[in-house]
Structure formats: structure tokens, C-alpha cells
Design a protein around this ligand. Structure first.
Ligand code: C5P
Length: 234
């Protein structure tokens, strides 16, 4: 028998999924939100799951890998749409922690727990549960390679580290956070390195992915390219 944790669920197997993978700041978040809004599909922000696990482990002072994996498996997590802004809110044990998990510190904590194979295994089933009709937009690093390897449409979004740092800086400033461009560039480079080199599900381009370099494209141009690539499934 094939374990549900190791394979994409056959019951939801024909629900279409568009996977969007790529490094931090490549524009995945904005693109995925736009796709989910346009198509009326569910949205999986897998980075938020890793951020929530990193946040909780840090807050509760859990440092052993088994303990962190246990949190990943059983943590009370909910994502709801803010009716006022349409933004996806992250609710942890009943508390809205959307802002707390968006900081660069939490991004760093996320990339550390994301390197633990047991944490990735614990989150696999949770991530696959997001695949519901009429379809799913899955945002992450290993959506097309590990979590939804049979997805009919796979996108890999990239951009230069300089461009990604600039975007992250502007995003943080817009949200009212204090930010330093040089520091963000260093953090992004360090995180890239960790995501690319970890042994468990490293950031990689799926063989059947469409690679889009967003460095010189507007979000609308990227969006149109993805819609075109997905046209037979939407
Ligand atoms: O996408 P976001 O910046 O929110 O992700 C935070 C961190 O979580 C990433 O730097 C990466 O280390 C990790 N991550 C991952 N696999 C995913 C999504 C995020 O390893 N599918």
C-alpha cells in the first residue's frame, strides 16, 4: 500500500494544481495571490507553514529536531482570508501572527527548521490537504519537485539576488517595518545558499517546469505568461 504521506492523494489527484517555486523575493507571493484571486482557487503559502514552525520553536525554546517535527505535525494552524484586505492571515493557536512571521528574523528561523528532514516529512501531508476543488495554487520551494510532483503546471520563478533584495526591502518598508537593503541582500544570499544546499528537498527546478526570470518583467507580464501556460487546465 502506498502511504498517503508519500504520494499525492489519488482522490484529489485530478484537482488541478499550479506549482510556483523559486527563491525568496522572486515575486512568488504576489503572483500566487493574483492567480488564486483570478481563478478562485485555494492558495497554499508553504513558506508560511515553515515560518510558523520556526516561530513556535523559537518562542517555546524547542531546539531538538524531534520536538520541532512534533510541532510541525500537530501545531494548531489556520489560514483565513482577511475580509477587509483579501490578505491571507496566519492564525496560530487562535492568535493572528501574520505580521510576526513576516520578519526577516522569522524567515531565517524558517529556513533553519526547513532543513530538518523530519519537519519536511511532517508538513507533507498538511500541504497536500490544501488540494481542494476547483484547484490549488501552491507557492514554495519544492511544490513541483516533492509535494505535488504530478501537478499539470509547474512554474519556477527566478530573479537576480540584487533585484530580489530590492523588492523585499520595498515590501517591508511598505508594511511599516524597519529595513536595511545591504542586510537584506546578505540575508537573502545566505538563505539561498541554505535552501540550495540542504540535503532534504533542496530548492531545485522540476524537469517539466517553465522557468520565468522575473528580473525585468512586471508582475502583470509574469501573470499573463503563467495564465497562458495553464490555459488548458483553467
Ligand atoms: O517563502 P518564504 O520566504 O516565506 O519561506 C521561508 C523559508 O521557508 C524559505 O527560506 C525556505 O527555507 C523555507 N521553505 C522551504 N520549502 C517551502 C517553503 C519555504 O524550505 N516549500
Amino acid at each position: 500500500m502506498i502511504e498517503a504521506t508519500n504520494s499525492e492523494n489519488s482522490v484529489t489527484g485530478n484537482v488541478p494544481v499550479i506549482t510556483v517555486d523559486g527563491p525568496s523575493g522572486s515575486g512568488k507571493g504576489t503572483l500566487c495571490q493574483k492567480l488564486a484571486d483570478r481563478l478562485g482557487w485555494a492558495l497554499l503559502d508553504s513558506g508560511a507553514l515553515y515560518r510558523l514552525v520556526g516561530y513556535v520553536a523559537n518562542k517555546k525554546g524547542i531546539t531538538d529536531q524531534a520536538g520541532i517535527a512534533e510541532q510541525a505535525l500537530n501545531l494548531d494552524i489556520e489560514f483565513i482570508n482577511d475580509p477587509a484586505t483579501g490578505e491571507l492571515l496566519s492564525i496560530l493557536e487562535g492568535q493572528d501572527v501574520t505580521r510576526d512571521i513576516r520578519t526577516e528574523t522569522c524567515g531565517d528561523l524558517a529556513s533553519r527548521v526547513a532543513a530538518i528532514p523530519e519537519v519536511r516529512a511532517a508538513l507533507l501531508k498538511r500541504q497536500r490537504a490544501f488540494r481542494v476543488t476547483p484547484g490549488l495554487i501552491a507557492d514554495g520551494r519544492d511544490m513541483g519537485t516533492v509535494v505535488f510532483p504530478a501537478a499539470p503546471v509547474k512554474i519556477f520563478l527566478e530573479a537576480t539576488a540584487e533585484e530580489r533584495a530590492k523588492r523585499r526591502y520595498n515590501q517591508l518598508k511598505e508594511k511599516g517595518f524597519d529595513a536595511s537593503l545591504a542586510k537584506i541582500f546578505d540575508e537573502i544570499s545566505e538563505r539561498d545558499e541554505r535552501d540550495l544546499k540542504r540535503s532534504s528537498s533542496p530548492l531545485a527546478i522540476a524537469a517539466d517546469a517553465l522557468v520565468i526570470d522575473s528580473s525585468k518583467l512586471s508582475i502583470d507580464e509574469v501573470f499573463e505568461r503563467v495564465l497562458k501556460a495553464a490555459s488548458q487546465f483553467i
